[in-house]
Design a protein around this ligand. Structure first.
Ligand SMILES: Nc1nc2c(ncn2[C@@H]2O[C@H](COP(=O)(O)OP(=O)(O)OP(=O)(O)O)[C@@H](O)[C@H]2O)c(=O)[nH]1
Ligand SMILES: [Mg+2]
Length: 468
C-alpha cells in the first residue's frame, strides 16, 4: 500500500514539475516572491492583486498596465494550485474584510498558503501569435507569516555567529529594558556545565516570552527564531527549546552549550531549510514591501534595524539573468520592485519622498543587483487605499492633508502628516519631535470595487513584459 501511495505521489510530483517546466519553457510561469516583514502588507497586497486582476480590469482602474490599457486581457481565473500539501490562500475571507460595509484589514497570517492565477490574454508577440493569438500566463503567489521570513538569514550563520548577532541587538539601549530579565538569567547560565533539561527549558521559555514582548511593543523586524512567535505545528517541540548564548572555549558533547548548538542546527535543518527549499526558491520576480512609515514613527534605531534586516533578507534570494535552458530548471529573479507600502498615510505630494527614502536605504543592494543584470525599481504604493487627499486652507495657507478613519476608531479625521525625509537621517539629524504617522482603515469599497495607489505601475513592472 505504501508503495502504491509512493508511486502516486511520485507521479503527481513528476506531473507537476513537467507541467511547470513546460510553462516555463513557453515563458508562461511566473512565481512571484511577495517579500516583507510581518505587518508590511503582504496579505492585503495579494488580496488586492487578485481582486483587481479578476474583477476590476478596466482602463480607468489600471491605466498604466499595458495589457489592460490595450484591452488585451481576456480573463483571469484562479486555478488549482500545483502544491497539494499547502492550504489555499483564503481569498474570499480576505477580500470579504476589505469589501465589508465597515471595511477592516485581513488578519495577520498564521501559516503558509498559496494561490495560482491563470491570465488569458491576446498576445502581440510575433512568435506567440504564430502559435496561437491567445496566450495564458500562470502566476503563482505564496503568502506566509512575515516572522518566518526573518529566519532565512539564519541558514548562513552558525550558532555562535547567530548568538552574537542576537545578543548585540538585545543589548542596544532601546531593547535592553525589555531584555534585562533574560540577559540577567543568561549571565548566570553556565554553558560548560552538564546538560540540565529543566534549565534549558526555562531559559528558552524566557527567551520566547521576550520575543513576544518585543513583537508587541516594538517594530523590530529581526526576531529569531520566527517559529517562537508563530509556531504552526511546532508548538512545544524540543526543536524550539533554544536561545542565544555566548560561551568561549571548547565544550564537552553533553554540555549545555552543545545541546543548544545541536537544537539550533536541528532548527535550521528541519524547519528553515525545508521552508526555504519548498517555498523560497525558484522565484522569477520579486516585490519587497516595506513599511517605512512605521519605522520612521518608531525612531532612528528601528529605521536602521529595518535597513539591516532588509539587507539580510535580500541576500537569501537567487538573482540574475539566465538563458532559456537555465531558466527552465534554475530560475532566478530578474526583476525586483522595492515598494514603500501604505504611502497613502502621507499626502500625495509627500509620496515621492518615501520612494527616495527607501531607495537610499537599499542603495547598496540595488547597485549589486543591477550589476548582476537585475532590473530594479522603487515606488511608493498602497495596494489598498485607506485615505483620501484633502486640501485644507488655514490662515490663508493651503495644506495638503489626508482624510480617513484611523484603525480602531469610529470617526473620520483630517490629518496633516509630517514631512517624511527623502534620505536616511543620522540620529543627530532626527527631528526632536520625531515622526508621528497614523494608520487608517481601508476606504469603503465603491460598488464592490477597491481603490489603490500605483498598483497598476506595480503590475506593469512585474508582469508587463510577460503579457506582451
Ligand atoms: N494604507 C495601507 N495600509 C495597509 C496596506 N496593507 C496593509 N496595511 C496595514 O498593514 C497591516 C498589516 O497588513 P498585512 O497585509 O496583514 O501584513 P502582512 O505582511 O501580511 O503581515 P503578516 O501576515 O503578519 O506577515 C494592516 O492591518 C493594515 O493596517 C495597504 O495597502 N495600505
Ligand atoms: Mg499576512
Amino acid at each position: 500500500m505504501n508503495t502504491k501511495r509512493f508511486s502516486k505521489d511520485t507521479f503527481d510530483k513528476f506531473k507537476n514539475t513537467a507541467q511547470k517546466t513546460l510553462h516555463r519553457s513557453l515563458d508562461q510561469h511566473i512565481k512571484l516572491a511577495v517579500t516583507g516583514f510581518s505587518g508590511s502588507g503582504k496579505t492585503a497586497f495579494i488580496t488586492a492583486l487578485i481582486k483587481h486582476l479578476t474583477s476590476q480590469t478596466n482602463k480607468t482602474n489600471l491605466p498604466f498596465f499595458d495589457v489592460i490599457r490595450e484591452q488585451r486581457l481576456i480573463a483571469v481565473k484562479q486555478i488549482p494550485q500545483r502544491a497539494l500539501d499547502i492550504p489555499t490562500f483564503d481569498y474570499a475571507s480576505a477580500v470579504g474584510c476589505l469589501l465589508n460595509e465597515t471595511p477592516s484589514w485581513p488578519s495577520s497570517t498564521q501559516r503558509i498558503n498559496t494561490l495560482t492565477l491563470a491570465l488569458k490574454f491576446e498576445s502581440r508577440h510575433v512568435l506567440k501569435q504564430h502559435l496561437s493569438p491567445v496566450s495564458t500566463v500562470y502566476l503563482e503567489l505564496i503568502d506566509y507569516p512575515g516572522e518566518w521570513l526573518v529566519d532565512l538569514p539564519m541558514l548562513n550563520q552558525d550558532y555562535q555567529a547567530w548568538s552574537q548577532a542576537v545578543l548585540k541587538v538585545l543589548k542596544q539601549p532601546q531593547y535592553r529594558g525589555y531584555a534585562k530579565e533574560f540577559l540577567d538569567m543568561l549571565a548566570s547560565f553556565d554553558g560548560g556545565a552538564l546538560v540540565d533539561e529543566s534549565i534549558l527549558k526555562q531559559l528558552s521559555q524566557h527567551y520566547q516570552q521576550l520575543l513576544v514582548t518585543l513583537k508587541a511593543q516594538t517594530n523590530i523586524a529581526q526576531l529569531q527564531p520566527g517559529r517562537m512567535l508563530i509556531p504552526g505545528d511546532l508548538a512545544g517541540a524540543p526543536v524550539l527549546l533554544f536561545f542565544p548564548c555566548f560561551s568561549a572555549g571548547e565544550h564537552s558533547n553533553d554540555s549545555q552549550y552543545n545541546h543548544l548548538q545541536s537544537r539550533f542546527n536541528a532548527y535550521k535543518q528541519q524547519v528553515v531549510t525545508p521552508f526555504y527549499k519548498q517555498h523560497f526558491c525558484q522565484f522569477d520576480r520579486q516585490i519587497v514591501l516595506v513599511d517605512v512609515l512605521s519605522a520612521l514613527s518608531d525612531g532612528p534605531d528601528t529605521l536602521k534595524e529595518q535597513e539591516d534586516a532588509l539587507r539580510n533578507i535580500v541576500q537569501v534570494f537567487d538573482y540574475g539573468r539566465s538563458g532559456l535552458l537555465k531558466r527552465l530548471f534554475y530560475p532566478k529573479i530578474d526583476k525586483v520592485l522595492f515598494a514603500a507600502n501604505k504611502c497613502d498615510h502621507v499626502s500625495y505630494e509627500q509620496q515621492p519622498l518615501l520612494a527616495k527614502l527607501l531607495h537610499s536605504m537599499l542603495h547598496e543592494q540595488s547597485n549589486d543587483l543591477r550589476f548582476a543584470g537585475v532590473e530594479i525599481d522603487t515606488m511608493a504604493i498602497s495596494a489598498v487605499q485607506s485615505t483620501q487627499q484633502k486640501q485644507v486652507v488655514e490662515a490663508g495657507k493651503s495644506l495638503n492633508c489626508i482624510q480617513g478613519k484611523p484603525n480602531n476608531e469610529q470617526h473620520t479625521i483630517t490629518f496633516l502628516p509630517p514631512e517624511p525625509p527623502s534620505h536616511r537621517l543620522s540620529r543627530a539629524q532626527w527631528p526632536a519631535q520625531g515622526f508621528d504617522f497614523l494608520s487608517f482603515a481601508p476606504v469603503p469599497a465603491q460598488e464592490g470595487c477597491l481603490s489603490h495607489v500605483r498598483l497598476d505601475h506595480v503590475l506593469q513592472f512585474l508582469l508587463g513584459d510577460k503579457l506582451r
